[in-house]
Design a binder for this molecule. Structure first.
Ligand code: SF4
Ligand code: SF4
Length: 472
């Protein structure tokens, strides 16, 4: 029985409720009046239910589809402006005891080189990332209680925060590790992590069990209830995601929103971010073996429908996607992207020979961070390295209420400009610097409050003189 507040995965992601939502969506995919009324509701920015959102995703009417895209763009503009936050993944270890059939790190893969960074290697990687200009990382590691116990992850976080190389600093460490206990989540919180990210991979239980035939991850309920335990452990910023391609996308979409509704109903705060990865080629993995893959148009529609359904949740797209696809979905609601990523263990400090790759997936967008910065600015975006909210204690429901009152917008824009300025001073190539300086000058005038504008100008000057790390 569906129960949004139930602590049990099979009740808050009730299979019958997902199927009923898909049936309802199918029956109404050409119902113009209903679709228009859902679009009108979405305009109020209070979010949509998974059933309403499923109707929008199923919509086959060209005129209404256009309206959905237009609304997604509008919400993106109103809430996130033209800012895009940048981050990089950092792979700590690819030892893993699980048997996920879509991932090259699965336990049975005997020919992929297994690596685990020592603290000295973490240092080298972080310095390489700082020298690129990164300030925000997402830690990634396989599940292996012997090789990657929680103590190892905590030690790495401590090392990362302690490194201050030249003007560099990692100011926010997000963590993407296997589902764990409330006690371990509490330890992660105490270590000062930003968001705890865990992809569900697929919400379809039967598929989930087939795709995870061995290892602790086989336990659907333990994995799906992980965010509840994270919240109980005090982590109030959590990031959801599915790996599109594993099950029917419409099923995943409805269930993903049910998960968001569950967190909101139970803890008073929905997910901080939603990621939208699609399955990619990798060692031992052929995406063609998964027959639920989605094309670029469907991918764009999913992004737009998530944007209008959960307007306050950030959306992330990685370098799994091409430059062209990333450009397309930026307009529709993506607020964070990775740049200059390496998906191998130790890949930032040293390029790996192709036949010895320890990468989790093939990066499609291979550009350097500077090229990504340059591109973003040329297509009208402000790249931002802002990490202010988490460092000012604006997390969980505090963050959401600021977001909903829109007061957050007084912070995001000037913070984006100040962190961009730091990047330009410390890391940018000459052409990127020139474009960036002109952009900052232009964007200062778009800060609505005169008082904040004056403080911003003074701080930008101080950054030029060598000071760092200002924030609103
Ligand atoms: S997806 Fe994660 S848990 Fe599964 S094999 Fe890969 S690293 Fe291990
Ligand atoms: S001020 Fe907060 S919400 Fe805005 S970009 Fe910075 S961290 Fe994100």
């Amino acid at each position: 029985m569906y129960n949004v507040k139930s602590p049990r995965a099979e009740e808050f992601i009730d299979h019958e409720e997902v199927l009923a939502s898909l049936k309802y969506a199918d029956e109404n995919k050409n119902n113009a009046a209903l679709i228009d009324s859902i679009i009108e509701k979405a305009k109020e920015l209070k979010g949509l239910s998974h059933r309403e959102a499923s109707v929008l995703l199923a919509c086959e009417l060209p005129e209404q589809t256009k309206k959905i895209y237009a609304l997604a763009e509008q919400i993106k503009k109103d809430f996130y402006g033209n800012r895009i936050v940048l981050f990089a993944p950092l792979y700590l270890s690819n030892y893993c005891v699980n048997g996920c059939v879509y991932c090259p790190y699965h336990h049975q893969n005997k020919h992929i080189p297994r690596k685990k960074l020592t603290q000295e290697e973490v240092r080298t990687e972080v310095i390489a990332l700082q020298d690129m200009g990164h300030k925000r990382l997402a830690l990634e590691t396989g599940e292996d209680p012997v090789n990657n116990p929680i103590e190892y992850v905590l030690e790495c976080i401590k090392t990362i925060y302690s490194i201050k190389h030249k003007n560099g600093a990692i100011r926010r460490v997000n963590v993407n590790i296997a589902a764990t206990t409330v006690e371990n989540y509490r330890k992660l919180k105490e270590a000062g992590i930003g968001t705890y990210i865990l992809f569900q991979e697929t919400y379809h239980k039967e598929n989930y069990e087939n795709l995870h035939p061995t290892g602790p991850k086989h336990n659907y309920a333990y994995h799906t209830e992980a965010m509840d335990r994270a919240m109980q452990g005090g982590i109030d910023d959590v990031g959801l995601g599915v790996l599109f391609g594993l099950s029917l996308y419409r099923y995943e979409f409805a269930a993903l929103l049910m998960h968001a509704e569950h967190l909101e109903a139970t803890f008073g705060v929905g997910p901080h971010t939603i990621s939208v990865p699609r399955i990619r080629r990798a060692d031992d993995i052929d995406p063609a073996a998964f027959d639920n893959s989605i094309d670029d148009d469907t991918f764009a529609k999913i992004v737009a429908c998530i944007r209008v359904s959960v307007p306050y949740t950030g959306m992330i797209v990685s370098t799994r996607e091409s430059k062209a696809t990333r450009e397309r979905v930026l307009h529709l609601g993506i607020s964070q992207i990775s740049g200059g990523s390496r998906t191998s263990v130790g890949g930032y400090a040293e390029e790996e020979p192709e036949d010895e790759s320890s990468a989790q997936f093939d990066v499609i967008d291979n550009r350097t961070l500077d090229q990504v910065m340059n591109w973003l600015m040329k297509i009208g975006y402000i790249p931002s390295f802002c990490t202010a909210c988490y460092r000012e204690g604006r997390t969980g429901d505090r963050f959401m209420s600021l977001c909903k009152s829109r007061k957050i917008l007084n912070c995001c824009h000037p913070n984006a400009l100040m962190t961009l300025k730091e990047y330009l001073m410390d890391y940018a190539k000459p052409e990127t610097k020139e474009i960036g300086e002109a952009l900052i000058q232009k964007e200062i005038d778009n800060v609505p409050s005169e008082k904040i504008r004056e403080i911003l100008k003074a701080r930008l000057k101080k950054i030029e003189e060598g000071e760092r790390d200002f924030r609103f």
